[in-house]
Design a protein around this ligand. Structure first.
Ligand SMILES: *[C@@H]1O[C@H](CO)[C@@H](O)[C@H](O)[C@H]1NC(C)=O
Ligand SMILES: *[C@@H]1O[C@H](CO)[C@@H](O)[C@H](O)[C@H]1NC(C)=O
Ligand SMILES: *[C@@H]1O[C@H](CO)[C@@H](O)[C@H](O)[C@H]1NC(C)=O
Ligand SMILES: *[C@@H]1O[C@H](CO)[C@@H](O)[C@H](O)[C@H]1NC(C)=O
Length: 728
């Protein structure tokens, strides 16, 4: 017993504070950005027996480590268990060949995702005794060399025999707005990896058939991605697991497939009545499968959302799924008896106030797994990181996710200003000295280059129409005048995104004063009273401006190609109004936003939908735009390089002049509750009517950013803490 426990591997985050003498090369710098809600996810994978009539907390087993962000689990097929036992005995010398549970899952550690295998043991047959220390063995199943230095999204693993099947984003699709998500298979013994998705196509949510012969995926096929989020425009394809051959579309419009036997699939789609529902597809048992011969039936009724199904060959009479019921604000796992057409609640009986995601069943159907926030209820115990370090694919640039929005660096790179809703905060880059410097609602931050301790922000509600009252203010945070604010614009006509000139004399900002959002330049000290000049003019939106460190250029985002059409590209213009040029554009109707110059002025960092979505958005918590990734490019738009790989909404990047040591920075003081995040906003519905109503608001939101305070208000009232990172 002792031996085994000492052999258990424990993985902990290594938490470090930045030390004074960093190895700072002059070419080195850091990028900090925001991910909507991400710092509040503290997911672990749990299992329960499916047989218990009324599950209770003592039945629930936490499989994963309680430290990392662990999700999208899978029980390996029985054909893998002896292989896994060998794999474990080779790596860990563990003595017990019969762990209680094997789980394959996605884990985010040190800012990157990987696929791990956990074997979970108990030291005694009696669980949860005071003396017992459960033991888990954790084994990474992919090593970084297998994919782009480990920097890519990994998703939806399953293991059959020697083959690990999963989604990865490590290969560039080379086409704007075409996802890099593709299905791969890796031999866990040899590491040999093969792509199963054809080039030019994106595949999501792979599932392996009980025999291991067939794969099913949700695929965008030839049609690619058109910016849709709520209901991804995917079809179900199947192909051979061995080599990707015999690929054929079996269902039009559907996602998240799973197999109950080699001829029966379940999947989800949003039905015409607005409710997400689970469907069944029965494939012909003949050798040739054609989609015309596939029988598709709706399985779950209207009146609630049911999605992300899981099935098991062990008992074909029930499936597992996630639901959003009109009576609950939380996503829960339920079983559905497909013979009696009855739901059986599972997780609501254990943790009623926590979201539960993406169920999976063991092949004998006796166990159900899912992920949820660890801790009791939606107010878990994890402390968010102030700055979470991510592996950076760009040499010399360290990359961090901040627990806030709209970060900006002080000119010396030692402090970061950012926004939380409400309030503007400043923190030292080592995480110390955090303080609120403005209590009101505000968005975007920028530091004066010459006057130490002066920052600018836009005070007022984010994401509002031209006439909404928003003004640019300066805030003094150092010296005698600490705590004073000065209003620099006066009329409140949605004046926002201030960015000062490097000589300290001017501020460029966007204003809706003409009825359209265009760019203006005003006096930095006295505001528009001291001088105001219009920089751009037209019936469209120019916004999110950033002045280059050499003073020569202003970068901004604009929809001038197709005003109100929802697409945004990046432009440069000289401060005197000449030299306008489009520099980055993400295909027809694509979005590229929030440019920020590198310290040497030669590159820009921005957020964009350039790589589409990387996972089915419904399988994740709420993200308005789960397609924002962070990119850098030369300031002429050439040499675009992707920095982030995830299925979240990454936005509002800032580029600072010092190289921050690539290590996590813990929030101080501790004690912010974790796990406070929202479910997908389009599931927050009480009845079928509202389904249509809300989605039309969302359409309006995504199509015309200038169209609507109505959209903005509806969304805000549903999602208090949520924020549109690509705020315009
Ligand atoms: C474990 O080690 C043995 C002996 O070295 C080898 O034959 C076997 O293939 C290994 N198993 C795995 C899964 O790597
Ligand atoms: C299969 O599941 C159904 C529904 O939960 C249950 O009634 C039945 O007893 C199960 N069958 C077996 C063989 O376990
Ligand atoms: C505008 O500014 C640019 C960059 O500073 C300069 O090269 C150009 O000559 C200026 N044009 C005019 C008309 O002043
Ligand atoms: C939204 O936030 C405000 C201010 O923080 C708070 O007073 C209110 O109760 C919140 N509403 C909801 C629905 O959480």
């Amino acid at each position: 017993m002792k031996l085994r426990s000492s052999l258990c591997l424990a993985y902990f985050f290594i938490i470090s504070w930045t030390v004074a003498n960093d190895d700072e090369r002059s070419s080195s710098s850091s990028i900090v950005f925001t991910t909507l809600g991400r710092s509040r996810y503290a997911f672990d994978i749990f299992t329960l027996p499916t047989s218990s009539h009324t599950p209770s907390p003592v039945d629930e087993l936490q499989i994963t480590d309680g430290e990392s962000v662990n999700f999208n689990g899978h029980f390996p097929s029985p054909s893998s268990s002896s292989i896994l036992s060998n794999l474990l005995s080779n790596r860990t010398l563990t003595l017990d060949p019969h762990p209680l549970q094997f789980i394959v899952y996605v884990t985010e550690r040190h800012g990157s995702s990987n696929i791990y295998l956990d074997a979970y043991y108990h030291h005694s047959p009696i669980r949860r005794s005071a003396l017992e220390t459960p033991c888990r063995i954790q084994v990474p199943l992919l090593n970084p060399e297998q994919s782009n230095g480990g920097i890519s999204l990994k998703d939806r693993p399953s293991l059959s025999g020697y083959y690990l099947i999963y989604v990865s984003t490590h290969e560039d699709s080379k086409v704007p707005r075409r996802s890099w998500a593709a299905v791969y298979s890796t031999h866990v013994g040899t590491g040999e990896t093969r792509r199963l998705t054809p080039y030019g196509v994106a595949d999501f949510s792979p599932a392996i058939s009980p025999s291991g012969i067939w794969m099913a995926v949700a695929s965008s096929g030839e049609k690619g991605w058109n910016g849709e989020v709520e209901d991804l425009n995917t079809d179900i394809y199947i192909f051979r697991t061995r080599d990707g051959s015999k690929r054929i579309k079996v269902v039009e419009h559907g996602g998240w497939p799973c197999w109950v036997d080699d001829f029966t699939l379940y999947f989800h789609r949003r039905s015409d009545d607005g409710w997400w529902s689970v469907y069944r597809a029965i494939l012909p048992q003949q050798a040739t499968i054609r989609s015309g011969l596939v029988v598709v039936e709706r399985v779950t009724p209207p009146g609630l959302h049911a999605f992300t199904p899981a099935a098991s060959p062990g008992n074909k009479s029930f499936i597992a799924l996630a639901t959003r019921r009109p009576t609950s604000d939380f996503r829960h796992i339920e079983l559905f008896d497909v013979v009696r057409n009855e739901f059986k609640e599972v997780t609501r009986l254990i943790s009623p106030h926590t979201h539960h995601f993406n169920p999976f069943l063991s092949s004998d159907s006796t166990q159900i797994g899912y992920h949820r926030c660890r801790g009791s209820g939606n107010g878990g115990t994890s402390n968010p990181l102030m700055l979470e370090n991510l592996h950076s694919p760009a040499p010399g640039i360290s990359l961090f996710r901040i627990d806030g929005s709209f970060p900006s660096f002080s000119p010396d790179g030692n402090r970061i200003a950012y926004v939380n809703f409400p309030g503007v905060y400043v923190v030292n880059r080592d995480g110390s000295g955090k303080r609120e410097v403005f209590p009101g609602t505000a968005f975007s931050t920028a530091w004066d280059w010459k006057r130490k301790g002066v920052i600018y922000t836009s005070a007022g509600p984010e994401f509002a129409e031209e006439s909404t009252e928003v003004d640019v203010i300066s805030i003094t945070i150092d010296g005698d005048e600490t705590g004073t604010y000065k209003k620099l614009t006066l009329g409140g006509e949605n004046n926002a995104f201030p960015s000062p000139s490097p000589d300290g004399k001017w501020i460029v900002f966007r204003s809706g004063r003409s009825g359209h959002k265009n760019l203006y330049v005003m006096d930095a000290l006295e505001g528009e009273k001291g001088g105001l000049r219009r920089l751009t003019e037209g019936p469209w939106t120019d916004t999110m401006c950033s002045w280059s460190p050499d003073g020569e250029w202003i970068a901004f985002a604009s929809d001038r190609d197709n005003p109100g059409g929802g697409g945004f590209a990046l432009y440069l213009i000289h401060p005197n109004g000449t030299g306008l040029m489009k520099v980055v554009h993400s295909g027809e109707g694509g979005r590229t936003n929030h440019p920020s110059f590198s310290p040497d002025g030669r590159s820009i960092v921005f957020t964009s939908d350039y790589v589409g979505v990387s996972a089915e958005p419904i399988s994740n918590p709420h993200h308005y735009q789960p397609y924002g990734e962070i990119f850098i490019a030369r300031s002429d738009g050439s040499g675009i390089k992707r920095l982030t790989h995830n299925s979240y909404e990454d936005g509002t990047p800032a580029w600072g002049p010092t190289f921050m040591r690539p290590a996590d920075v813990v929030e101080s003081p501790f004690g912010e509750p974790g796990c406070s995040f929202d479910d997908c906003h389009w599931l927050n519905l009480k009845d079928g009517n509202k389904v249509g109503e809300l989605s039309s608001h969302l359409r309006c939101l995504s199509h015309s950013v200038s169209a609507g305070s109505k959209c903005g208000q509806v969304l805000r009232s549903n999602n208090n803490h949520s924020f549109h990172v690509k705020n315009v």
